[in-house]
Design a protein around this ligand. Sequence first.
Ligand SMILES: O=C(O)CCC(=O)C(=O)O
Ligand SMILES: [Fe+2]
Length: 209
Amino acid sequence: MFHSQTYSANHHTPLPADLHLLSVQITAACGFPGFSAQAGILNYYRHDSSLGIHVDESELDHSRPLLSFSFGQSAIFLLGGVRREDPPTAMYMHSGDVMVMSGQSRLFYHAVPRIIPGPQGQTALAMEGCCMAFFSQDSTLGGVLSEEDWALCTRYIQSSRLNVTVRQVLGPGQRLPETPSPPQKTDASQVGGVPGQTSQWRKEEESSL
Ligand SMILES: O=C(O)CCC(=O)C(=O)O
Ligand SMILES: [Fe+2]
């Protein structure tokens, strides 16, 4: 079952600057200027993983779009409606796909019931196309990954799916409460991060569909 999360003003790791810029550019191109990428959540899926039905409503401002980037193996994504019982539309999410949930769909129920192998060869290609650019020399993360680490990531993504969602948490004039939760685990997202923007890590959990 998916548990709701809360954002904290005092416990966060910075969001990678590249991911921030990419999110701002995609949302602007989709007609949503002024988006601020304030939080990121990473979902790791093995071949037998799933994500239960939920609505992303932990953010304080729901009027801003939510972006979802997919890498590695494919997924079946179910997009429902505002009510849990609304019949869902099933769609594939392949490596390199970006989904923008905006307007009404920002608060639609959704779930990931199945991970399926990506189209032959496309996983590796999308990895190269998307992630090489992400970790390129021009990038703030450039040079961070050794060849050995890169080989490890490539192997990992050949049997797993990685999904990154990027959200704007606060509307104009809104502030996060300070919370006493323990500091989050540190990771590569701290390199070249955007101060004041959050990166959270969520392990996927079994579906309750
Ligand atoms: O993995 C996905 O495609 C969906 C992730 C998701 O719904 C979320 O992070 O809230
Ligand atoms: Fe979600």
